[in-house]
Design a protein around this ligand. Structure first.
Ligand SMILES: NC(=O)c1ccc[n+]([C@@H]2O[C@H](COP(=O)([O-])OP(=O)(O)OC[C@H]3O[C@@H](n4cnc5c(N)ncnc54)[C@H](O)[C@@H]3O)[C@@H](O)[C@H]2O)c1
Length: 251
C-alpha cells in the first residue's frame, strides 16, 4: 500500500499501459484520476477500479490542450485534496515514412506526446510546488526515443524530446523535492492484434524474446511514482526485455 493517502493523476489511462498504471496505483491505495481523451474508456476504468474497492474518478481530457489539463489537475485536487503523483502515459504511435511526413501529422504526434507531457508536467508541478512537500512525476517515453526506427520520425523525435524534458524537469523541480523519471517501454502488448512480421522482428532483437505486458511496465512506473524512489531523478528506466542493450545475440 505504497500510495495510501496519496493522490495520482494518470493520463491515457483509459487503455493500455496507462490503464495498468492506474489500476496498480489504486490497488496500492491511491486516489486515482483516470484521464483519457476518450471519456467513455476513462469512465469504464474508473468504475472497474471502484468495483474492486479502489478510489477513482474519470476525466475526459486532451493532454495537448492547456485548459483541459488544468481542469484535470483541479479535479484531482477536488477529489483528493492534493496531488502527489503524475504519470503521463497518453500518447500516439503513428508511423509515416520520413519523405511523406506532413506538417499536420508531425504536429499532431508532437502535440500529444511531447507538448502534452510538458503541459501535464508543468501544471501538475505548479500544484505540487504550492503544496510544498514534493511529489513524483513519471513520463512514459519509449525505446524509440533512444534510437531511430523506420516510420518513426515524428514518434521517435517526440519520445527523444520526452527523455530530455524529463532530465530538465528533474533538475529544476529538485529544488521542490519533486522527482521526475521516465519509464521506457519496449514493444508492449496493449493491442491483441499486434502480430506478424513486426512482432517477430522486434522479438528477435529482445533478449527476453517476447513482448512485455502493460502490468510489467506499470510495476516500474509504480516504483518511480512511490516514496521508495527517493534518490533517483532524471533517468529513463527501460522496461523492454533488454531491447535497448542488445547487440549481436547469435553465436
Ligand atoms: N505499446 C507499446 O508497445 C509502447 C512502446 C513504447 C512506448 N509506448 C508508450 O506508452 C504510452 C501508452 O501506450 P499504449 O500502448 O498503452 O497506448 P494505448 O493506445 O493502448 O493507450 C493510449 C491511451 O492514450 C489516450 N490518448 C491518446 N491521445 C490522447 C490525448 N490527446 N489526450 C489524452 N489521452 C489520449 C488514448 O485514448 C488511449 O486510451 C504511449 O505514450 C506510448 O507511446 C507504448
Amino acid at each position: 500500500m505504497r500510495f495510501e493517502n496519496k493522490s495520482a493523476l494518470v493520463t491515457g489511462s483509459g487503455h493500455g499501459i496507462g490503464q495498468a498504471v492506474a489500476e496498480r496505483l489504486a490497488s496500492e491505495g491511491a486516489h486515482v484520476l483516470v484521464c483519457d481523451i476518450n471519456g467513455d474508456l476513462a469512465s469504464s476504468v474508473a468504475e472497474s477500479i471502484q468495483a474492486a474497492g479502489g478510489k477513482a474518478e474519470a476525466c475526459a481530457v486532451d493532454v495537448s490542450k492547456r485548459d483541459d489539463v488544468q481542469r484535470a489537475v483541479d479535479q484531482a485536487v477536488a477529489f483528493a485534496s492534493r496531488l502527489d503523483v503524475l504519470v503521463c502515459s497518453a500518447g500516439v504511435m503513428e508511423r509515416a515514412p520520413f519523405l511523406e511526413e506532413t506538417d499536420e501529422h508531425w504536429q499532431r504526434v508532437a502535440g500529444i506526446n511531447l507538448q502534452g507531457t510538458f503541459l501535464c508536467g508543468q501544471i501538475a508541478a505548479r500544484q505540487m510546488v504550492a503544496q510544498g512537500d514534493g511529489g513524483r512525476i513519471v513520463n512514459v517515453a519509449s525505446n524509440s526515443g533512444t534510437f531511430g526506427g523506420r516510420g518513426r520520425a515524428a514518434y521517435g523525435a517526440s519520445k527523444a524530446g520526452v527523455i530530455n524534458l524529463t532530465q530538465t524537469m528533474a533538475i529544476e523541480l529538485a529544488d521542490h523535492k519533486i522527482l521526475v523519471n521516465a519509464v521506457g517501454p519496449g514493444p508492449t502488448l496493449t493491442r491483441p492484434e499486434v502480430q506478424g512480421e513486426l512482432m517477430a522482428s522486434a522479438q528477435n532483437r529482445m533478449p527476453l524474446k517476447r513482448y512485455g505486458l502493460p502490468e510489467e511496465v506499470a510495476s516500474v512506473a509504480a516504483f518511480l511514482a512511490s516514496d521508495e524512489c527517493s534518490f533517483t531523478t532524471g533517468h529513463v528506466f527501460a522496461a523492454d526485455g533488454g531491447f535497448t542493450v542488445a547487440g549481436i545475440m547469435e553465436g
